[in-house]
Design a protein around this ligand. Structure first.
Ligand code: NAD
Length: 324
């Protein structure tokens, strides 16, 4: 397949791995890139900007294909020196960045001067248009189905993607709810130039998380995600485990929720421990509705080639026959 995304990013297949806290390590990013997609290292998963530089170097040892770094700007428990992470991204020599969370405008001059292409992840059309206006090269349009932070508008990709196709000039990825060839074919049909997948890549051989987490997501249905932090206007879609249920119960109490009331349950470090030791009720982890479509743990190469093959078959066979 050749799309504006494959051309602009210099990759073989229009499949991008989304930035994922604690999951976007060199092992996964290099596996996705070696399989012809775009792998992404998650910047804030590294404890310091120096560690991020080392992680990029480690990834470069594992692949000679393009890969990117994600920089997410959202509320955090500990303050993050975003400027230093942005500088580390430039110093690392990567040529593609995925920004998310907040308007990336303050960092654009730095990235542009270094010849870095910027993909901004947006959960609305107004943010996508703004990203185009300020000079982002591409957006990743993130529907309500997605894992992590879907924003507060609750608009699904069935509406967001055709709107993006009508209004944007720059290429865009469809993100949220994608995990198979049907999804890729549908995304292309709705005007996207490729797909971004997070949750689906968590359930691969190379994802650096405990097997219990992968297996639980294989067993899960589309009803097994939960929305938390709604009351704080920082909504996140996470796997519906007992901890997510406790957070929802606290948020449902009368009166305002204070982040301090749930902090002990949601701290990212607990999620990292859960990924390491496989104790599924230790903390929370992000997961999208696409868990309902996931029923195996393939390698990244098997997954990407299956998705592309399926999509090609749908486009050139199933749809073609309907026209005839
Ligand atoms: P953390 O441990 O600092 O915080 C845990 C969670 O609580 C995060 O989702 C964070 O956004 C939220 N949070 C923190 N302070 C808050 C506040 N005052 N009000 C409302 N919500 C608050 O975060 P982490 O797990 O180490 O993650 C680091 C960064 O990566 C954060 O910006 C986080 O939002 C982001 N992240 C993104 C995704 C995603 O899917 N997009 C998933 C996990 C984390």
């Amino acid at each position: 397949m050749r799309t504006r995304v494959t051309e602009l990013l210099g990759i073989e297949h229009p499949v991008v791995q989304g930035g994922m806290q604690w999951v976007g390590l060199a092992e996964l990013a290099s596996a996705v890139s070696n399989a012809g997609g775009l792998g992404i290292i998650t910047g804030l998963t590294q404890p310091t900007p120096e560690a991020l530089l080392k992680e990029v170097a480690r990834c470069r040892d594992m692949t000679d294909k393009p890969f990117a770094v994600n920089l997410t700007i959202l509320p955090t428990i500990k303050p993050v020196p975003y400027e230093e992470y942005a500088q580390a991204i430039v110093d690392s020599g990567v040529k593609i960045v995925e920004t998310a969370g907040r308007n990336p405008e303050p960092f654009l001059p730095l990235f542009k001067a270094a010849g870095i292409k910027v993909i901004h992840k947006c959960t609305s059309i107004r943010h996508s248009l703004k990203a185009e206006k300020i000079g982002c090269d591409m957006v990743s349009v993130d529907g309500f189905e997605c894992a992590g932070h879907p924003g507060e508008d609750d608009v699904t990709n069935m509406i967001l993607l055709p709107l993006a196709a009508r209004r944007l000039k720059i290429p865009f990825l469809a993100s949220g709810g994608f995990g198979d060839g049907r999804g890729l074919a549908a995304a292309l049909a709705m005007g996207a130039d490729g797909i971004n997948m997070g949750t689906r890549f968590m359930v691969t051989q190379e994802a650096p998380i405990h097997h219990n987490v992968k297996q639980r997501m294989v067993e899960a249905s589309e009803l097994d995600t939960a929305l938390i932090y709604r009351s704080l206007r920082n909504t996140a879609r996470v796997f519906k485990n007992s901890v997510a249920e406790q957070v929802m119960a606290i948020e449902a109490r009368a009166g305002e929720t204070n982040f301090e009331d749930i902090k002990h349950l949601v701290a990212g470090v607990k999620g990292r421990e859960l990924f390491n030791d496989g104790d599924l009720d230790k903390g929370i982890w992000s997961a999208g509705m696409v868990v309902g479509l996931i029923d195996d743990i393939p390698t990244c190469a098997e997954l990407i080639s299956r998705i592309v093959r399926e999509a090609e078959h749908i486009i050139s066979d199933r749809l073609e026959r309907m026209i005839a």
